[in-house]
Design a protein around this ligand. Sequence first.
Ligand SMILES: Cc1ncc(COP(=O)(O)O)c(C=O)c1O
Length: 349
Amino acid sequence: MNNFDLNTLVRPNILKMAPYSSARDEFSGSNMVFLDANENPWETTNNRYPDPKQEALKKAIAEIKGLEVKNIFLGNGSDEAIDIVMRAVGTPGKDNILITQPTYGVYEVSAAINDLDIIRYPLNKNYELDGDELLTFTNQNTRIIFLCSPNNPTANILQKQEVEKVLNHFNGLVVIDEAYIDFSQEKSWSEKLGLYPNLIVLQTLSKGWGLAGLRIGMAYASENIIRILNKIKPPYNISNASQRIALEALSSKRDLVAEQIDRLIEERNKYFSLFSKLPFVKKVFPSEANFLLLEVENTDALYQYLIDQGFVTRKRKGILHCAEGIRFSIGTPEENKNMYEALLNFEGK
Ligand SMILES: Cc1ncc(COP(=O)(O)O)c(C=O)c1O
């Protein structure tokens, strides 16, 4: 077992500081006249500041996810949660974070902004990790381990037993980023929050829920961790419009979203097979996400060809175990079909 202690992990300045107290935090009651926040008094849908605690939205999320409101933090996208977790425990110029290689690029960018060093743990050829080995890469200044599952850009789930080893033996925070969990058969790690006080699970409304434009990401963790994240966030980090539209979607679009996810998974599985047969494709990596990573002969040539045909994909060159990589998001059935037909005519075959 580990010696996780949140109070020694959180930066002393963060522990000490008083959070900004917004005008709406300091009273309770209804039918009040609001003369507290220097807003414009004439009613429109947006003349008032949004709820800084996002209570209605958190309640809806808690219900869907089987969690409690006190275990939920909302960020302006999960990208904001990533940054805030780093600011909570990482002292600039001194501490470091561990990321797997390859993984989602924002961890590295946020660490650079926060002046945190980066330790890179290379995943094996199947993009799996060995928990014991990963832990040997950490040192006394390692504050956070980021595990992305399903991983971007490799699309696979990280094995449960190996992740458990990390959770059991690391004294810092373990962030499991589940941005793509809706496309996987695996259960969320959020079910295990009670077992692991050092666990933070990230999810988002940007992928399965189709609300990337709203910028709403969730962090699930112990009440104590959530309290710290709330202290650091900008008071009004989720706009009125985002809270309202997300709430509407969570209450009325569940069936539609489930149907869309099923179709995306079906399309993903279909194109996993079809892409595997293309002559210029060396490998399609198994996917539990809404994208496919392909190892091809020549990324640049294929990418440019697809741009000329009107399809934007993501170049993933030089990544570990896949030097010539390209990543395709799964589109609508029609978009996928058109793109596949374009691929059949690629000269590089
Ligand atoms: C693994 C992973 N985490 C987080 C994000 C960001 O999500 P959000 O839109 O909630 O900021 C992405 C977006 O591509 C991602 O791939």
